[in-house]
Ligand binder design. Sequence first.
Ligand code: MG
Length: 254
Amino acid sequence: MVSSKNGVTIKSKHEIASMKEAGRIVAIVLEKIADSIKPGVTTAFLDSIASQEIRAMGAKPAFLGLYGFPATICTSINEEIVHGIPSDRVLKSGDLVKIDIGAIIEGMYSDHAITFAVGEVTDEAMGLIDSTRNALKIAIETVAPGVRLGDIGSTIQGYAEGLGYSVVREYVGHGIGRALHEDPAVPNYGTPGRGMILREGMAIAIEPMLNIGTWKTEVLEDNWTVVTADRKLSAHFEHTMIVTQDGAELTTVV
Ligand code: MG
């Protein structure tokens, strides 16, 4: 691990290999969780699948116990943006559920999130899901050495706001590697040409959170669950990636 001038680390080949394994595992486990997402299932059941499968693959859950978080995955429903705690709440048709999952292999982290439609959802909800997935895709396409964080943030913000959605400000993407959250912060908003310059070997998690209404957020009384201030829908997608010579290589893929 080599530190660059601003304290952001350049990952070694060995570290990158472990990050790719940690990423592959969460991608596989999230596919298994996806198979079980349907009306009538509790979020605690989805959490139990994650706990079992991550360990079965020889990895450790990245979120359990981190800052005191009490579960393996975050399950955030409808107006809940991130950090929802799995519980005996039952998913119903029309819900939009965000699953956020991380794993550790040889001390190296992965972080991955997908928003799922439960049963039949409204066109409005489906549009939000599709647009948030697409915001992440076009953000990933901008990543390369020499690109600035403001270029990534403004790409997401411009796309989202152009469609009439808002972009969450208080929660952002991040560097990742030997910890889940490393420098730099990777906002989903910003100004082109501003912010830190990406270099080959850096690892970041990009995670746009798009809202139907206001970008403002609140935290519920459990001190974890982040919701939209106006209780309108939110969607969230996230991939972990390594900056390569000419782009980005996703770790959180099968
Ligand atoms: Mg993250």
